[in-house]
Design a protein around this ligand. Structure first.
Ligand SMILES: *Cc1c(COP(=O)(O)O)cnc(C)c1O
Length: 340
């Protein structure tokens, strides 16, 4: 199988399995797991923030951030196709009791002027704005890199209005490797960041939330409330350390494979898609001569797994389990199916 469904399908490396086997452990709910502490210290340093906390998933990282930054009855500004709005089962409404305020982005980037326009006046009819959420890279926009200047502009608006900015940086390392902008610079225009260890970086489980000492102290209480306090979590953190220490630069391979796939797919007649839209490891295409279900089914029969993300759009995500030869096979197979 050539699994292009997601970069979450990546399996732990040999080095990760060894690190898990030999990890020094303790009870992390007491703050006594040395491996978790090392991972959190490294993550905070890499992002240029005071403190970090390991969480079981990106979704929990985002939700803990929202719970920590907001209170019920307030409004959270976010992009209309963002993961937090689209893919987290309305968790922010259910748990934090916030009202989402989805705004249309451009390639996943929220225009600062639009954000400022959406911030509520002080009026008893209106829910107070409590938080702005950004996403980089933007998943549903097609793994697009949100330019640093766009994030800086939104951050300026946030500062002016005294609002926190949370970045869903599930793939912030993809953004950094693709753009050459250090992750610290992206993180510098945020109050908190969540990023995933378990996507392109290849760790089996886990995400990290970073922010100030005070923010993370409060976030630890929310994580505990949600049942996310894990005991000998060094088992997870050990692989996360290997991911941060050795797997960041390799994301460039996923991007190169995505570029190859993008150019191959763009040459196929039965596909509507602009290869210039591909910044990182995600490719979203629209077949024009066949339904999505048919195309997905035909691909699966030939051993290629993809994901339907709109009724008329299919997603390919390159990842470390897929090599250049697999990409060449994928192009050939899609061409056979669509162009005959
Ligand atoms: C995958 C993803 C998440 C959530 O990660 P899980 O670990 O699957 O909960 C959050 N945001 C974005 C943009 C993602 O792609």
């Amino acid at each position: 199988m050539i699994d292009l469904r997601s970069d979450t399908v990546t399996l732990p490396t040999e080095a990760m399995r060894k690190a898990i086997f030999t990890a020094e452990l303790g009870d992390d709910v007491y703050g006594h797991d040395p491996t978790v502490n090392r991972l959190q210290d490294l993550a905070a340093a890499m992002l240029g923030k005071e403190a970090a906390m390991l969480v079981p998933s990106g979704t929990m990282g985002n939700q803990v951030a929202i719970l920590t930054h907001t209170r019920p009855g307030t409004e959270v500004i976010l992009e209309a196709d963002s993961h937090i709005y689209y893919y987290e089962a309305a968790a922010a409404s259910v748990f934090a009791g916030i009202q989402p305020r989805p705004l249309p982005g451009k390639r996943g980037s929220l225009p600062a002027a639009l954000v400022e326009w959406a911030i509520r006046e002080d009026d008893i009819h209106l829910p107070p704005t409590s938080l702005i959420c950004l996403e980089n890279t933007h998943n549903r926009a097609g793994g697009t890199v949100v330019p640093l200047e766009d994030m800086q502009a939104v951050y300026q608006v946030a500062l002016k209005h005294g609002l926190p900015v949370h970045l869903d940086g599930a793939r912030i390392f993809n953004a950094s490797v693709a753009s050459g902008v250090p992750v610290k610079e992206y993180a510098a225009c945020t109050t908190s960041v969540q990023f995933c260890l378990s996507k392109g970086l290849g760790a089996p489980v886990g995400s990290i939330l970073v922010g100030t000492h005070q923010f993370i102290a409060e976030a630890r209480r929310w994580r505990k409330r949600l049942g996310g306090g894990m005991r000998q979590a060094g088992i997870i953190a050990a692989a996360g350390l290997v991911a941060l220490e050795t797997m960041v630069e390799r994301l460039a391979e996923d991007h190169a494979n995505a570029r190859l796939l993008a150019e191959g797919l763009a040459a196929i007649t039965g596909i509507e898609f602009n290869p210039d839209d591909v910044d990182t490891n995600i490719i979203i295409v629209k077949p024009t001569t066949m339904s999505i279900r048919q195309l997905g089914g035909e691909l699966e029969k030939r051993g290629i797994l993809t994901v339907v993300i709109e009724p008329d759009r299919i997603r390919f995500t390159t990842n470390k389990e897929v090599n250049r030869a697999d990409i060449e096979t994928t192009i050939k197979v899609v061409k056979e199916i669509l162009d005959g």
